[in-house]
Design a protein around this ligand. Structure first.
Ligand code: OGA
Ligand code: MN
Length: 212
């Protein structure tokens, strides 16, 4: 029989809502899709981490360009901590569900905690470029219990033509999800510390024929 985490997850997860949103529009914003106790443990973990490091934007180590584009600091999830392991288990459940319902062929998941100190931002970007990356779906799970209007740090999401779809505050328990190659997005400058957990479902660039 499933362990308690699995039972809680299968009862509380509107995985179908997530799959439908992805199928219909390619993006969605959800509240309460992770069990609340796990949400709190992830928030606690985000605050406890001491090893946030400046994030990069790709191949070059051009620190000036980097600081112009993004000012967040990240720690990759390795699953050494129990809350991190439960997050990875939850993401695995979602991956399997999306593969079954949408035939996406997602093969892996990677994620990092991010800390945006006051003043930090991440300028408009895509998480993946067609043909250059194997990131398929982006998720951002927010870990800030007391977000007030005026704190800044909203996620601004755009469609492929540049139309703004909305601005979403990074409130504890909110999950943003969007197709990595289709939706440019931006983190507006935050006025206060901002914590989140970002993840990407990937697919292998090429599948060997004997895997089909
Ligand atoms: C990212 C990103 C959005 C957010 O890490 O690539 O765009 O709201 N994050 O934190
Ligand atoms: Mn991004």
């Amino acid at each position: 029989m499933a362990d308690p985490l699995h039972r809680t997850l299968s009862q509380s997860l509107p995985l179908n809502d997530i799959a439908s949103a992805l199928a219909e529009s390619g993006w969605g914003i959800f509240n309460g899709v992770l069990p609340w106790p796990l949400t709190l443990r992830l928030q606690e973990r985000a605050l406890a981490i001491r090893s946030y490091e400046r994030a990069g934007i790709g191949r070059e180590q051009d620190h000036r360009l980097n600081a112009f584009v993004r000012r967040d600091r990240v720690t990759w999830v390795e699953g050494t901590d129990p809350a991190e392991r439960d997050w990875l288990t939850w993401a695995e459940g979602l991956r399997v569900y999306l593969n079954r319902s949408l035939m996406l062929g997602l093969t892996g998941f990677e994620s990092h905690f991010a800390h945006y100190p006051a003043g930090a931002f991440y300028r408009k970007h895509l998480d993946a470029f067609r043909g250059q990356s194997n990131r398929v779906i982006s998720l951002v799970f927010y870990l800030n219990p007391a977000w007030a209007p005026g704190d800044g740090g909203e996620l601004a999401l755009f469609d492929a033509s540049g139309l703004e779809l909305g601005r979403f505050p990074p409130t504890l328990g909110t999950l943003a999800i969007y197709l990595s190659e289709e939706f440019p997005h931006e983190v507006l400058p935050t006025g206060v510390d901002r914590f989140s957990l970002t993840g990407w479902f990937r697919c292998r660039a090429e599948l060997p024929l004997n895997n089909l």
